[in-house]
Design a protein around this ligand. Sequence first.
Ligand code: ATP
Ligand code: MG
Length: 156
Amino acid sequence: SQPRIELGILNEQELKSVAKKFSYCLSDGDVVILSGEIGSGKTTFVRGLVTGLGCSEHIVTSPTFTLMNVYSCLKTIYHIDAYRLNNLEEIFYVLEGEIEEKDGIFIIEWGELVKEFFLEDFVTIFFEHIDESHRKLSITADQTRVELIRRCMNVG
Ligand code: ATP
Ligand code: MG
């Protein structure tokens, strides 16, 4: 099984701080899958993440009705919600160029549904609902990537 980084049980503010810290570990071409039930904090995580890249969290909206949101922060973020996409092939056809050019970072809620579109390794963040105000987070990726993230985030 893949190595896993446990980020612990976090309140909303802590979750956003962790996301901000995680943003410093990202480079263009990275694919991050956010996996967890409805309301588990995936979009909230993206809010924290963009603040680490010099944007305001208020630019982040749930890509429910838009196919995809693009945030032009210090790096370009493509924010996708795969759960609500009717035509997965279509959006990945549109994105093919960006994916190939590694032009930006792809953050995909419910991304476990679209893994097959990405040949390269990706990072998965799992969100677990603990109670009204707490979520449990963990990260998996291949061994090399997990080691890099551990060092970058300075966590166990
Ligand atoms: P969906 O699958 O519908 O897109 P989501 O995983 O993106 O859901 P969010 O839109 O981030 O979920 O909603 C999380 C909700 O839970 C928000 O209303 C947020 O305020 C609340 N919340 C409470 N505690 C936390 C926490 N510790 N971390 C994140 N969100 C929290
Ligand atoms: Mg969401």
